[in-house]
Every structure is written in structure tokens, then in C-alpha cells.
Design a protein around this ligand. Structure first.
Ligand code: FE
Length: 187
């Protein structure tokens, strides 16, 4: 099975679970995030990142990693490792940084901080709170930080119950463009 077919299979088998207490499923949430990126005329690799950004929530066990990593594995990291071997940095780094982007935005944008829900404020505290000056500088040094902030905004609005979106197949070409050339050849 190709990487993209494998990923679509996870969407179909695991994606009907609710997205963190929101009125959408995980698959709906990720399709809405990708649609927000498309409507914003994001580069194809960022649309791919938007579709994939919560893959770690979707995939509870990845065959090649799960045994050695054990039960305490952070799903986000498992998802990231899987993606990083298969997709180019422009698609993977925004995924890796999209939680960090929240801490960044809370430090630089008071309006963003003010509109967070109580649950989101609590998770912000658990994540370490808004960035300090040194953390801001380190975040800005990553060439993909601006894409990660864009992805964060798409992620934040992708919780609309009943919103119609294109299906998974619509996004196949975006994912194909984001595959690592060496990985594509090996499939
Ligand atoms: Fe998300």
C-alpha cells in the first residue's frame, strides 16, 4: 500500500472519533483545516501540512514504532516521525511547530491570547505558557515558523459542525507533491 493510501486508510478507520470535545470528527477537523489553507491560497505543501497536522491523534499505533516506544508514547511525536521520513520539510515542519505556534501567538498577540477558551488556556499552561524573549527568537529562527503560524490559524477555525468540504481524494495531489522524492521512488 502506498503512503498516501495508508494515511487515507487511517482517516477512514480512526477519523470518526471526536476532535478534542469539539462538534466535529478528527477527519472533518483535518479536512476543514486543509480547506482553510486552500481558501487562503497557501502553497500546496502547506495545504498538505494542514490535512496531516493531527495525524498523531489519528494514528494511535504505527507498526514500525509502537512496540519499542511503549504505552507512554506522545502521539504527536509518533506522527511526526512517520511524516518526517516520507514528506519534505515544508510539509512536516509546520506540523511539528503548530503547537509551538500557539505559544508564539500568545506572546506576540494579546487579542489571540484573549480569545482562547478556558480549555485552551489550561493546555497553554501545560505546554509551558506564552514564549519568553529567548523562545521567541528561537521560534523565529526556524524558516518554517511563518507557515506554522498560518497552520495554527487554519487549525483554530476548523471546528465548524456540518461544514461541507472536499473529500480526501481531492487532497491526494497535494500530498503527492509533498512526498520526499527519494521516498516516492522507493514505493
Ligand atoms: Fe488540530
Amino acid at each position: 500500500m502506498s503512503t498516501i493510501d495508508e494515511i487515507f486508510e487511517w482517516f477512514k478507520t480512526r477519523g470518526s472519533e471526536a476532535y478534542l470535545g469539539e462538534p466535529v470528527s478528527l477527519t472533518e477537523h483535518m479536512l476543514q483545516t486543509a480547506l482553510a489553507a486552500e481558501r487562503d491560497e497557501a502553497p500546496p505543501t502547506l495545504v498538505a501540512a494542514a490535512l496531516l497536522h493531527d495525524l498523531g491523534h489519528l494514528v494511535h499505533e504505527l507498526p514500525e514504532d509502537s512496540a519499542e516506544r511503549g504505552v507512554d508514547t506522545r502521539h504527536e511525536e509518533v506522527g511526526f516521525d512517520f511524516l518526517a521520513r516520507r514528506f519534505i520539510d515544508a510539509a512536516v515542519e509546520p506540523v511539528r511547530l503548530h503547537v509551538a505556534a500557539k505559544r508564539y501567538l500568545c506572546a506576540v498577540d494579546q487579542a489571540y491570547l484573549a480569545q482562547l477558551s478556558p480549555a485552551s488556556l489550561l493546555s497553554l499552561e501545560l505546554q509551558g505558557g506564552p514564549y519568553d524573549a529567548a523562545e521567541l527568537a528561537a521560534f523565529r529562527a526556524n524558516p518554517y515558523h511563518a507557515d506554522a503560524v498560518r497552520l495554527r490559524h487554519y487549525d483554530d477555525i476548523a471546528k465548524e459542525s456540518g461544514l461541507q468540504t472536499p473529500g480526501l481524494e481531492h487532497y491526494r495531489r497535494f500530498l503527492e507533491r509533498a512526498l520526499r522524492p527519494d521516498y516516492r521512488r522507493s514505493e
